[in-house]
Design a protein around this ligand. Structure first.
Ligand code: TRP
Ligand code: ZN
Length: 463
C-alpha cells in the first residue's frame, strides 16, 4: 500500500494533526515511535515503532587522535504510522540525517536521537535512514562498573557492545529484541587491520588507508557487533565441514595463544555434537592485549578475548554462538538463557574431557560456601548492576542440571539441541524456554524446578 492510498479516518486525522501540528499534505499522519522497548533493566535501550532489517556502516578511524567518522544506512520497517522515531546514540556529533534520501529534522536528548522525517511513514513501509556522524567515541561505564562501547588499545581500539555499548560507535535500535544483518566497512591507516563480524568480502587501499568490508548475512543483535582495529596476526583455516575460521591475534599475545586457538576446530566439532549444527557461516576468535575492560565477549562469529583464553573460556564463548548469538534473549532479564547455557557448556566439556561431571559441579556449588550464588533467582536479576553475577551464570547452569536430572540424558540433549534449532537466528524469552521444555517432556512436572530454581528467592531446599 502506498502512503497516499492509506486512508486515515477523519477523527484520527484531526487528533494526529492536533498532536503533531504538522501540515496536511494528504499523506499518513503518524505518532512518535517511543524511546525504549520497556526493557526492565535498560529502559532507554531500543526504540518503538520500527524494526531494523539491515545496518550498512561505513566507518573511518584514526587511532592517533581517536577520531571516528561514520555513516550508518539503516533499513527498517515501520510497525506503526510514524511521525518521528528514535535511534540510540551516545556521544559523537550528528552531522546530517536523511530519511528516504530527504533531509530530516532531528534532535538529541541523552542517548536518544529523535528523527522526524519530512513525510510521515506508514505502518508496514520499509524506509532507509542515513546518519552521518563524527567525533571521538566514548567508553561507557555500565551499572556494574564494567566498561564497554569504544575501548582504545595500545595500537587501535575495540568496539564492543554488551549490553548497550554499540551506541557509542553507531546509531541503532539498540536492543536484543531487534536483530538485523550487517555490512561493516572500516577504513584505517595503512598497516593496521580492522576485523569485524562475519566474512571479509573486500579489502582495498586508497590514499594511504585500507578499507576492510565485513558482511554478516545472519541476523545479529547490536550488542554482538564488534570492530577490532590494530596490529593483528591473522590466520585463516577451516573447521567442521570446511567452515572458514579466522583468528586475529595481537602479536604480543600470539605465542601464548597458539595452543588454545588451535583447539577451535575440535571445540566446534564437540559443540555441534552437543548443540546441533553451528549456526553461522564463519567462526574464529580475536585475542587482543589485556585491556581495562578485562572480559571476554561472545561477539558474533568471532569472540573477543583480553589475552590468551583458558580452554574453558574458549568453550564458553563459542557455545554462545548457539546460545545468545543465534538464539538471543528478547530482554536483558533473560540473560541466564545466555550465561547459564554457556556455563553449562563448560561443565559438559569438563565432563567429556576427564574433568568432574556436571552433577559434581552442581553438588559442589550446592554444598559450597559461596552464598553469592543464592543472592537472587537466575530469571530475576535484582538490578541492572547484577545481570552478570553468579546467580545468572552458575545458578543458571544449575537449572539446566535440574532439568537433566529429571528427564535423563537422551531427552536433555534433545531439549538443548531442539531449543537451539527452534529459535535459530531469532529471539526467545524464559517463558518460551519453560514452555519448550514442557512440550518436549510432557510426562514430567517441572513446576518445582521453575518455582525454586528459576524464579525462587534464596537457596532451594533440595539439591
Ligand atoms: N557475556 C560475557 C561472557 O560471559 C561477559 C560480559 C561481558 C557481560 N560484558 C558484559 C555480561 C556485560 C553482561 C553484561 O561471555
Ligand atoms: Zn558468557
Amino acid at each position: 500500500m502506498s502512503r497516499s492510498e492509506r486512508l486515515v479516518p477523519a477523527a484520527a486525522a484531526l487528533l494526529a494533526l492536533a498532536l503533531t501540528g504538522t501540515a496536511c499534505d494528504g499523506g499518513v499522519r503518524g505518532t512518535p515511535g517511543g524511546s525504549g522497548v520497556r526493557d526492565p533493566y535498560f529502559p532507554q535501550a531500543g526504540n518503538g515503532g520500527y524494526d531494523v532489517t539491515h545496518y550498512a556502516l561505513t566507518l573511518d578511524y584514526t587511532p592517533k587522535g581517536r577520531h571516528l567518522t561514520g555513516r550508518a544506512v539503516i533499513t527498517a520497517q515501520a510497525t506503526q504510522d510514524l511521525s518521528a522515531f528514535d535511534l540510540d546514540l551516545a556521544g559523537l556529533r550528528v552531522d546530517a540525517v536523511t530519511v528516504e534520501g530527504k533531509d530530516a529534522r532531528w534532535n538529541r536528548a541523552g542517548q536518544e536521537l529523535t528523527v522526524r522525517p519530512r513525510d510521515d511513514l506508514s505502518k508496514g513501509e520499509t524506509f532507509r535512514v542515513t546518519v552521518d556522524y563524527s567525533g571521538t567515541p566514548r567508553t561507557l561505564t555500565d551499572p556494574d562498573d564494567s566498561e564497554e562501547g569504544w575501548l582504545p588499545t595500545a595500537d587501535g581500539a575495540l568496539g564492543l557492545g554488551e549490553p548497550v555499548g554499540s551506541m557509542a560507535w553507531f546509531p541503532s535500535d539498540n536492543h536484543p529484541s531487534d536483530k538485523a544483518t550487517y555490512d561493516i566497512a572500516i577504513t584505517v591507516p595503512k598497516g593496521l587491520q580492522a576485523v569485524s563480524n562475519g566474512e571479509l568480502t573486500d579489502q582495498s587501499d586508497k590514499d594511504g588507508r585500507t578499507t576492510y568490508h565485513w558482511h554478516s548475512g545472519r541476523p545479529m543483535a547490536s550488542y554482538l557487533a564488534m570492530v577490532a582495529v590494530g596490529h593483528y596476526t591473522i590466520k585463516r583455516s577451516t573447521g567442521p565441514h570446511g567452515l572458514p575460521l579466522l583468528t586475529a591475534v595481537d602479536p604480543t599475545q600470539a605465542e601464548a595463544s597458539a595452543g588454545v586457538l588451535a583447539k577451535i576446530p575440535e571445540i566446534l566439532d564437540w559443540e555441534e555434537l552437543n548443540f546441533g549444527p553451528y549456526p553461522f557461516s564463519s567462526a574464529g576468535a580475536i585475542v587482543d592485549r589485556p585491556h581495562d575492560a578485562g572480559y571476554a565477549l561472545e561477539t558474533q562469529n568471532r569472540p573477543v578475548f583480553p589475552g590468551p583464553p583458558a580452554i574453558s573460556t574458549l568453550v564458553h564463548e563459542l557455545a554462545h554462538e548457539w546460545y545468545g548469538d543465534s538464539v538471543t534473549p528478547t530482554s536483558w532479564r533473560d540473560m541466564w538463557l545466555n550465561e547459564g547455557f554457556a556455563t553449562y557448556a563448560e561443565w559438559l566439556w569438563a565432563e567429556d574431557h576427564g574433568g568432574p561431571n556436571a552433577q559434581k559441579q552442581f553438588t559442589d556449588l550446592y554444598d559450597g560456601d559461596d552464598e553469592a550464588i543464592w543472592a537472587f533467582p537466575p530469571a530475576r536479576p535484582s538490578s541492572a548492576a547484577h545481570i552478570s553475577d553468579s546467580p545468572v551464570y552458575e545458578r543458571g547452569a544449575m537449572v539446566l542440571q535440574k532439568i537433566r536430572q529429571k528427564v535423563g540424558d537422551d531427552t536433555f540433549y534433545d531439549i538443548i539441541q531442539g531449543w537451539a534449532a527452534a529459535h535459530r537466528y531469532g529471539g526467545a524469552s524464559t517463558d518460551d524456554f519453560t514452555a519448550y521444555v514442557e512440550k518436549k517432556a510432557p510426562d514430567h512436572d517441572f513446576g518445582e524446578i521453575w518455582q525454586d530454581w528459576l524464579y525462587g528467592d534464596g537457596k532451594p531446599a533440595h539439591p
